[in-house]
Design a protein around this ligand. Structure first.
Ligand code: NAD
Length: 505
């Protein structure tokens, strides 16, 4: 077991038996354990630059141990847990997260630098997610297929087995829960690797899962480096299915690793989502929602609407009003309930975002708001608006993953659809229009996994969430997700007293 260290614990970690003097173990086989390598890495609070603890980093021996525990669980007690009991456990975990929502929100906010007001909603989303998958477990069912003759046939749904899940740093809690909930509902066991910078909230969830009665080994959490621990986990022969959320580049690498052993794989990748504003839209609705759609989570969202496409006749008015809103966003201490936008994840990421802005300006974009680091010693960046952008520019094509929006004019509906689809990604799109028929027409024409019509919000349990094109494949949050963690087996039974003898020999 992880040995307590005599350091001062942060009060918010009280529910985590894992936390011993701000040092966090791996979570394997139902308990917090020390990494075989002994490696601990500093966790830095991005908004202050201060160290908030140290996290164990998994190496190959730890991943072996976690996969072994997951296998024993799925072949043993967890595999024998009936669906009704799995449903009860998922509801119990939702209750436990709800009961600890304040601690979890504060933990996430400090670890990621994200505004507490946003994180509270995300913790609520995590609760809803577990509830949704707890309630749809009953839909897992095979069927009997009438094939004629004396044959009785039926299909069985079986859990795929051990699922390896890899998640990024931008929504550490929510992305983990989006993956854990369908896998556990389907009866799989899980080895989940969070980003090494943001392991805390999902370690907390694993602790809570054990407290409410999930058997040891059903959930294992192994923070570690991507190319090291992550790639080792993906390649592990004991892993039956891989589910990944992260960048398109890493997704391609993981696809390659899964190709030889033909591993089941789902990918939730990057985006450069458009927000189309037609001249017949209500600007009073469209502008504040469009502002939210890019600056929520400081633009560090896969579905951030980072390209605003505006009908040319509205362009100047829209840019001026949008920039006014952007300048009013309250950026600052993530733990202040009045804060609307916190810091970025790290200084390195802030510098990367700034690099995009500088290159955009060189290519001809005009900064009409922001464009500079924010105040304070943390990784703050001002909400930034780039106007005069052409869709071929780097800032319009590449995922900046920061609080930077590009505003691009279009001439008519056909032109708007052309520009919207002219990127390698296809995750989300929002259409603002006063004409319902146009809304539906444009929604059909856009190559994206999700489209909102006069509706900026993207993630509701029950609505399939996922991408077209290089935004990945597979769907989360919905009943379709369950199938990604299930195998279907056809069973054929002869009901004839005569033996089946097709060649008549
Ligand atoms: P990333 O690809 O660098 O890392 C994501 C995860 O993969 C991390 O846990 C990392 O440690 C791990 N990893 C890195 N290299 C690996 C390798 N070779 N093998 C195995 N694992 C590896 O992405 P990021 O910068 O952390 O996250 C931001 C990206 O995630 C953005 O592109 C964003 O759009 C995307 N994202 C997509 C969705 C979605 O649902 N489509 C949701 C959130 C984030």
């Amino acid at each position: 077991m992880w040995q307590p260290r005599p350091e001062t614990a942060i009060g918010i970690f009280r529910f985590m038996a894992v936390a011993t003097g701000n040092e966090y173990g791996l979570f394997i086989n139902g308990e917090s354990v020390e990494p075989a390598s002994g490696e601990l890495r500093d966790l830095v609070e991005p908004a202050t630059g201060e160290k908030i603890g140290r996290s164990a980093m998994a190496g190959a021996a730890d991943i072996d141990r976690a996969v072994e525990a997951a296998r024993a669980a799925v072949d043993g007690p967890w595999g024998r847990t009936p669906p009704t009991e799995r449903s009860r456990l998922l509801h119990a975990l939702a209750d436990a997260i709800h009961a600890n929502r304040k601690e979890l929100a504060e933990l996430e906010s400090r670890n990621v630098g994200k505004a507490i007001s946003s994180v509270k909603a995300e913790v609520g989303g995590a609760v809803e997610n577990f509830r949704f998958f707890a309630s749809v477990i009953g839909s897992i069912a095979g069927r009997s297929n009438p094939v004629g003759g004396s044959l009785l046939t039926y299909s069985l749904k079986e859990p795929v087995g051990v699922a390896a899940q890899i998640v990024p740093w931008n929504y550490p809690l929510l992305m983990s829960v989006w993956k854990l909930s369908p896998a556990l509902a389907a009866g799989c066991s899980v080895v989940l690797k969070p980003d090494p910078q943001t392991p805390l909230s999902v370690l907390g969830v694993a602790e809570l899962a054990t407290e409410v009665g999930f058997p040891a080994g059903a959930i294992n959490i192994v923070p570690g480096d991507g190319p090291g621990a992550g790639a080792y986990l993906v390649k592990h022969p004991g892993v039956d299915k891989v589910a990944f959320t992260g960048s398109t580049k890493t997704g391609g690498e993981i696809m390659r690793l899964c190709s030889e052993p033909i591993k089941r794989l789902t990918l939730e990748l990057g985006g450069k989502s458009p927000n189309l504003v037609f001249a017949d839209a209500s600007l009073d609705d469209a502008i504040p929602s469009s502002v939210w759609s890019i600056y929520y989570s400081a633009g560090q969202s896969c579905e951030a609407r980072s390209r605003v496409l505006v009908e040319a006749s509205l362009y100047d008015e829209f840019v001026a009003r949008f920039a006014d809103y952007a300048k009013q966003i309250r950026v600052g201490d993530p733990l202040d309930p009045e804060t609307q936008m916190g810091s970025l994840i790290s200084m390195a990421h802030r510098d990367r975002v700034h690099g995009f802005v500088k290159r955009g300006v060189k290519e001809g974009a005009e900064v009409v708001a922001g464009g500079e680091f924010g105040d304070g010693k943390g990784a703050f960046y001002q909400p930034t608006v780039l106007a005069g952008v052409d869709n071929t520019m780097e800032v319009a094509q590449e995922e900046i993953f920061g609080p930077v929006v590009t505003v691009i004019p279009f001439e008519d509906e056909k032109d708007a659809i052309r520009i919207a689809n002219d990127v390698r990604y296809g995750l989300f799109a929002t259409v603002w229009t006063g004409d319902p028929a146009r809304g539906h027409r444009v929604a059909r024409a856009i190559k994206a996994g999700m489209v909102g019509i006069n509706m900026p919000f993207t993630a509701f349990p029950g609505i399939p969430f996922g991408g077209y094109k290089q935004s990945g494949f597979g769907r989360e949050l919905s009943i379709e997700t369950l199938d990604l963690y299930l195998e279907t087996k056809g069973v054929l039974v002869s009901t004839s007293p005569k033996p089946f003898n097709p060649f008549g020999l």
